[in-house]
Design a binder for this molecule. Structure first.
Ligand SMILES: Nc1nc2c(c(=O)[nH]1)N[C@H]1C(S)=C(S)[C@@H](COP(=O)(O)O)O[C@H]1N2
Ligand SMILES: [Mo]
Length: 391
């Protein structure tokens, strides 16, 4: 817990990059003949996960090269340890308001109807600050969550589905003047309504291979369209209850505080402070790489969102107009959505390029300025200007 407090303090001071990342070597991707990547000049050229005691892995978006991130490059984040569960002894418990308390082995789950989906997601702490390095996309295979729930039978009063991970650690839990140090399992919840949608799954494979231990083996939750924190790894128990679950990582650690109305000054009587849970991903686009191809440059980037169809992705060069980018036809509803823009006759010198995405419900990716009323750092989907020099 000490390291998390330290991180929170660090973030408060705006030194988050140091908390997340440390400098180290990382290989750049191979390119086709005659193509070269134009390096970003505002980027720490080499970076990897900071120590902090908890093994994390970042994905260098400059290596983006298709919808699927290789399994050994997919980003990894968690709060506690990475428990190694024996797949033969593994049992998923279904407890609480179920018709019959049930234990399912890995073989039981693999026998059930399987589903497969390309899903892209990011940690809600991902942001331009850390060069979007806590995001990835892969093909997950598993069992639809609602099949597992109906197998155990959902009791008539159940409303809330709580997922418990096998990982545990000390959490500092504040109650008024008390500060309790509790050793607890990682736990998150969703409503029964969300659990019964067709997409959520209990996954056992990524890109066609069994999950590794850091990825939550042998079974994890995948909530397509949601921030990473919903995807509980090392799933050991699903608990059904009537009331809302308000655990530390549900109701307190993962929330945003945004001022609405008035001036947005902290003491302003006309500003309403909205405190919301971290659930579905907020609409984001980011430029990942710029590749010189013959006489033109290709700008490649990705979009992450909740699955709402997109209206447009646009790219702006310096003070020029917003220009339409092209979405990759291989994109799927819950994948990250790749886009390209052909930049013709780029003039030598320094340039700033930025992308912006709009969905069919009229949501537009905000600028940093437009997000300034959010007082907390999670869910930072602000536009991400990049700098580069054309030779
Ligand atoms: N059991 C467990 N699951 C967890 C977490 C955790 O600490 N414990 N962290 C969550 C968070 S904050 C994120 S962003 C995602 C990261 O998933 P990944 O490591 O597969 O990329 O896992 C989520 N699932
Ligand atoms: Mo996260």
């Amino acid at each position: 817990m000490l390291k998390e407090i330290t991180r929170r303090e660090t973030l408060k001071q705006g030194l988050s990059l140091a908390g997340f990342l440390a400098l180290a070597d990382l290989a750049m991707p191979a390119l086709a003949q005659g193509e070269t990547d134009v390096p970003f000049t505002d980027y720490p050229m080499n970076f990897k996960v900071g120590g902090n005691g908890v093994p994390r892995r970042t994905f260098d978006v400059r290596t983006l090269d298709g919808l699927i991130v290789p399994k050994d490059q997919f980003f990894v984040v968690q709060h506690f340890n990475q428990p190694e569960l024996d797949p033969n002894a593994y049992r998923l418990k279904l407890t609480g308001m179920v018709n019959k308390p049930t234990e399912l082995s890995l073989a039981d789950l693999r026998k059930m109807r399987s589903t497969e989906m390309v899903v892209g997601y990011e940690c809600s702490g991902d942001s331009p600050r850390i060069f979007q390095a806590l995001s990835s996309c892969g093909r997950f295979t598993g069992v639809p969550l609602r099949d597992v729930l109906s197998h155990a039978g959902v009791g008539p009063k159940a409303h809330e589905v709580v997922f418990l991970g096998a990982d545990r650690g000390e959490q500092e839990v504040a109650f008024r003047q008390q500060n309790l140090k509790l050793n607890q399992q990682f736990a998150r919840s969703i409503t029964l309504e969300n659990a019964n949608r067709p997409e959520p799954m209990l996954a056992y494979a990524l890109n066609g291979e069994p999950l590794t231990v850091p990825q939550g083996a042998p079974i994890r939750v995948i909530m397509p369209g949601w921030y990473g924190v919903a995807n509980v790894k090392w799933l050991s128990e699903i608990h059904l209850q009537e009331d809302r679950f308000v655990g530390n990582y549900q109701a307190r650690w993962y929330r945003s505080i945004v001022g609405v109305g008035g001036t947005g000054e902290e003491a302003d009587l006309n500003t309403q402070w909205m405190e919301t849970e971290v659930t579905r991903m907020h609409l984001k686009s980011a430029i990942a790489r710029v590749r010189k191809m013959g006489n033109s440059h290709q700008i490649l980037g990705f979009v992450l969102n909740d699955g709402t169809p997109l209206k447009s992705v646009e790219v702006k060069i310096d003070d020029g107009p917003w220009q339409k980018a092209t979405l990759d036809p291989a994109n799927t509803k819950y994948s990250w959505k790749l886009f390209t823009y052909r930049w013709e006759s780029a003039t030598p010198g320094e340039h700033t390029i930025v992308s912006r995405v709009t969905d069919e419900e009229g949501n537009v990716q905000p600028t940093v300025e437009e997000l300034s009323r959010k007082k907390t750092f999670l869910e930072d989907n602000s536009q991400f200007p990049r700098k580069l020099t054309i030779g």
